[in-house]
Design a protein around this ligand. Structure first.
Ligand SMILES: *Cc1c(COP(=O)(O)O)cnc(C)c1O
Length: 449
């Protein structure tokens, strides 16, 4: 164990619990009233940046529709349903012996088109932005053009001169790989040891070059970054630092606001919104949370969910060492069934951005992931992958917290207000999981280590 970790464990019991790989519910003491940090935040990622990202995705919608027929119904916009899950809420009540008032919803990024995970947001956005920049620089594309022209063989040949590379535990690779291949880029995905075989197989079937590492995610990213830097025609999607990925995720917020309105769910001072987001390196949940804060300010409370065996974003924020922390510094093994969350070190960019924004972070034992996966399937007939299922512990943890003073900037969340709350569990992946893998997952509960 690193010396600084030993010291922190002595000073604060929560670090002891974290290092013992037991479940914790951490309330962020530095979550600030949004007005206080709004100006500073906008210097880094402004409302205008998010609107630009939205506009770019609209420009590419005809292209996306042409490449991916499954987006026909949404006219080339990749967006997921927001669904009420009353039967799951009932099951969670029983599971946690908790009243769990309010309305429960599932944001089904598990079923996003193209990549079948939340990575369809950031990953595809960054690939398209890179493609647009290259194409505009030739002078042969104007932003007012119909981007379906980018599907012609001439453009494919043009993009074929360039390579996109990325490090991934699996789902980001799928998103970048599939979208880059559609554009015509050559693609190399550097996969950590946690990556599941079927994800590698699927990528190879799309012509993506998969490089396998016998090491963790941070190593796969470092190698990918290093190799990409040697090739002037190669572009590296840097999950640990990318503002573009962040923007792609942040776009979710305005779309969610519309869906909440369709469900006639009010978000205001008397009707708080709680959102639970599974976190790996922090990019996807961080971008979504940031977008939500920009819209709902202090009326939204975002919590990250991580495996007890890989709480890297929690450690990054709680130690304030940000990217300069690894779960191994605390003798935590980083080994988890939640492959999508198996990142030993967090994104420095995102953990810094979100340090004053997220309300808290909680860790979840692996065995619960399978319990929640089964529960959701039994009650709502929806299948989402184990990583995603970490979110469901969130409402139970919040319910256990005495309402009011304990919430950082909960602005006096009273029991009365909790009756009116909406809780969104963010389902982050699942649609591309092959049938035989589902069968194995459902055959029996995995036992805890
Ligand atoms: C990647 C991923 C996450 C978390 O995203 P990060 O950007 O790594 O924090 C959550 N769930 C699933 C299924 C994922 O693939």
């Amino acid at each position: 164990m690193k010396d600084y970790a030993k010291q922190l464990i002595k000073e604060n019991t929560i670090f002891d619990t974290i290092s013992r790989q037991e479940e914790v519910f951490w309330l962020n003491d530095k979550c600030l009233p949004f007005d206080m940090i709004d100006g500073l935040c906008q210097l880094v990622v402004s409302d205008k940046d998010i609107q630009d990202a939205e506009a770019r995705l609209s420009r590419f919608a005809p292209f996306i529709k042409a490449c991916f027929p499954e987006t026909e119904a949404t006219d080339g916009i990749i967006e997921s349903p927001l669904q009420e899950i009353p039967a799951m809420q009932e099951a969670l009540r029983e599971y946690g012996s908790s009243k769990l008032p309010g309305k429960f919803l599932l944001k089904m990024d598990s079923h996003l088109a193209v990549a079948g995970s939340i990575k369809a947001r950031g990953g595809i956005y960054e690939v398209l932005k890179h493609a647009e920049e290259l194409a505009l620089a030739t002078g042969k594309l104007k932003i007012t053009d119909d981007y379906t022209i980018l599907t012609t063989p001439e453009w494919k040949d043009f993009f074929g001169q360039y390579t996109v590379q990325v490090g991934s535990t699996g789902n980001l690779g799928l998103s970048i790989g599939i979208s880059s291949a559609a554009v015509g880029f050559r693609v190399k995905v550097h996969m950590s040891a946690d990556a599941k075989q079927w994800k590698k197989d699927l990528l190879r079937s799309k012509g993506v070059e998969v490089v396998e590492y016998d090491d963790d995610y941070s190593k796969a990213v470092a190698e990918g970054r290093r190799l990409s830097a040697q090739d002037p025609r190669s572009y590296f999607v840097d999950d640990e630092n990318s503002k573009d990925l962040f923007l792609g995720y942040a776009v979710a917020a305005s779309r969610l606001a519309k869906q909440l309105a369709e469900h006639r769910i009010t978000v205001d001072e008397d009707h708080p919104l709680f959102v639970y987001l599974p976190a790996g390196v922090g990019g996807a949940p961080g971008g979504v949370a940031y977008g939500l804060k920009r819209i709902f300010r202090d009326n939204v409370h975002c919590f990250f969910a991580e495996p007890t065996h890989c709480p890297s974003v929690l450690l990054g924020m709680a130690t304030e060492r940000y990217e300069d922390v690894s779960v191994r510094d605390f003798d935590i093994d980083g080994i988890t069934e939640a492959d999508g969350l198996a990142c030993a070190s967090p994104s420095g960019f995102v953990t810094r951005m979100d340090r004053n924004i997220v309300s808290g972070d909680f860790t979840v034992d692996d065995v619960r992931l399978y319990e929640f996966m089964r529960m959701l399937s039994d009650t709502e007939d929806i299948r989402i992958e184990p990583s995603s299922c970490a979110a469901f512990l969130g409402p139970l943890q919040v319910a256990k917290t005495p309402a009011g003073h304990n919430f950082p900037n909960g602005h006096g969340i009273t029991n009365e207000k909790l009756q009116n709350a909406a809780h969104i569990c963010w389902a982050t992946g699942g649609a591309l999981v092959p049938e035989d893998v589902w069968e194995e997952w459902f055959k029996e509960y995995k036992l805890p280590r």
